[in-house]
Ligand binder design. Structure first.
Ligand SMILES: [Zn+2]
Ligand SMILES: [Zn+2]
Length: 237
């Protein structure tokens, strides 16, 4: 099977599968359906195509694994997406809460030549504007902001979920990768971070999607698939 001619839809699935894999979540159809907010039959059908095209294998216990070609392709797509986002913020000047959807469109339309220009324009940038590593595998572990107790010193490392409405909300609240501060309050409904920029308050469910380095740190744990939901509009519903 010739991996390398994936359709845009197949690439979206490979990307989402890779997000599950990267976050340490089991790669199952159920988790994929949750993360992509698609129905089980829709996901099942596409997984059949990905299997036929040689990108994935499905094993016992309903687990999904990448074939070597599928893994390579998924890594390439994910890395390219993050690189385009970095290009859009740093070179074009697009706000970081708008770049995810723009990158989703651009990434399927780029020629290899243009991709090379983009790569050289972003230079040695390590992450996308939301903190995801451009060179996959260089992911920094973090803990959910939601788990941090008042008084903990925190550095925001990553916004796990790049759904555009969520990114707008976080930007509005003043939460962004690289921000350093201290948890001022966490009452189980709202988490407030105090930083040089002032007070930033987000709901606990949003704080679940924000990974931080914390001191003292709560124990690490794996996110829920719902917390990795990507954009909604892209899957033709
Ligand atoms: Zn993105
Ligand atoms: Zn990003």
């Amino acid at each position: 099977m010739a991996a390398g001619h994936a359709t845009a839809a197949e690439e979206e699935y490979l990307q989402s599968l890779f997000w599950l894999f990267e976050a340490g979540l089991p790669m199952t159809a159920a988790n994929l359906a949750r993360a992509m907010q698609l129905s089980a039959p829709t996901v099942h059908e596409m997984l059949g195509r990905l299997e036929r095209d040689g990108y994935i294998v499905r094993g016992a216990a309903r687990t999904i694994g990448f074939t070597p070609a599928g893994r390579e392709h998924a890594e390439r797509i994910v890395s390219r997406h993050r690189m385009i986002e970095r290009f859009l913020t740093d070179v074009v000047g697009v706000p970081w809460d708008d770049v995810h959807e723009e990158a989703e469109h651009l990434e399927h339309a780029m020629t290899p030549r243009f991709e090379a220009y983009v790569r050289s324009a972003v230079g040695d940038a390590k992450t996308c504007p939301h903190g995801h590593p451009i060179r996959v595998g260089e992911r920094i572990d973090g803990v959910p902001l939601a788990d941090c107790k008042p008084g903990a010193k925190v550095t925001i490392v990553r916004l796990e979920n790049e759904a555009e409405d969520l990114l707008h909300y976080l930007k509005e609240a003043g939460i962004e990768p690289g921000l350093r501060g201290q948890v001022a309050a966490n009452d189980g409904e709202t988490v407030t971070v105090r930083s040089e920029a002032g007070l930033s308050a987000v709901t606990v469910s949003v704080a679940e999607t924000v990974s931080v380095l914390a001191d003292p740190s709560p124990p690490s744990r794996i996110a829920l698939p719902e917390q990795l939901v990507l954009g909604r509009e892209r899957y033709g519903r």
